[in-house]
Design a protein around this ligand. Structure first.
Ligand SMILES: [Zn+2]
Length: 248
């Protein structure tokens, strides 16, 4: 699957523009503008807007671009970016990352760079996107660690981006380059008024050199749409987990 979340392009561009503008004005509010804060600001905004997927093999035409802009106005995203930047600056880590450019002397190490995992969640009867649902991501029965503190696991779907959830797991160190490995994940989805869903999936990843400050989030792994049903209304589990029926 080669799917791209175009909301990422818009957010990354907006962050670049705003950070450049702040720098040009002499940074009067003394924001930390290091790569880490830049990435954290991107994550903050991306977690709060609706993702927009397209097939990367097909270019986006002008009309689609216009439509995208109408749905998520640039002003909204700029507001989110500013909000994120302020929050990120209040959450600064204790060890000095507040110098304007962080130089990481560490040698890049081989790692499995897990893509962002994105999904959508709907009511199986009304098809309405859901909020106030808790989604947790597990690997080998353990909660998966996220890339940084802006990503939550478990994550509770919020009302201003109903139905959408995204995880960005931390990279996992590898023994060597070019190792092909399939990671098995379990998604557990819980809400008081619905039957709990457990969804299994695998992501194949090839180990490569991990770049400390790269915004490598241009790869997304998109899950099939998931539907929740009230207890007793699950229609024979169809469409949820039918590939997992054991062969007797
Ligand atoms: Zn910083």
């Amino acid at each position: 699957m080669d799917i791209h979340n175009t909301a990422e392009d818009i957010v990354f561009n907006t962050v670049e523009t705003i950070f450049a503008a702040i720098q040009k004005e002499g940074n009067p509010e003394k924001f930390c503008l290091c790569d880490q804060c830049r990435m954290d600001t991107c994550c903050y905004a991306l977690n709060r807007i609706e993702p927009r997927y397209m097939n990367s093999n097909r270019g986006m035409n002008r009309m689609e671009m216009e439509q995208l802009k109408r749905q998520q106005t640039e002003a909204d995203i700029a507001t989110l970016v500013y909000k994120g930047l302020r929050l990120v600056n209040h959450n600064q880590r204790p060890t000095g990352h507040d110098s304007p450019t962080v130089v990481n002397d560490e040698m890049p190490k081989p790692a499995f760079d897990i893509p962002t995992i994105v999904g959508r969640l709907f009511d199986g009867i009304t098809f309405a996107p859901l909020a106030d649902v808790t989604v947790s991501l597990h690997c080998n029965s353990v909660l998966v660690a996220m890339r940084n503190h802006n990503w939550q696991n478990p994550y509770t779907l919020v009302a201003n981006a109903p139905g959408a959830f995204t995880f960005w797991p931390a990279a996992i160190s590898a023994d060597a380059l070019d190792i092909h490995k399939s990671f098995e994940f379990t998604l557990k989805i819980e809400a008081p008024a619905y039957e709990t869903i457990t969804h299994f999936f695998k992501i194949p990843v090839v180990s490569r050199l991990q770049m400390s400050s790269s915004l490598s989030g241009d790869r997304s792994f998109k899950l099939p749409d998931l539907y929740m049903f009230p207890p007793g209304e699950v229609p024979g589990q169809r469409g949820i987990d039918d590939s997992k029926q054991p062969d007797l």
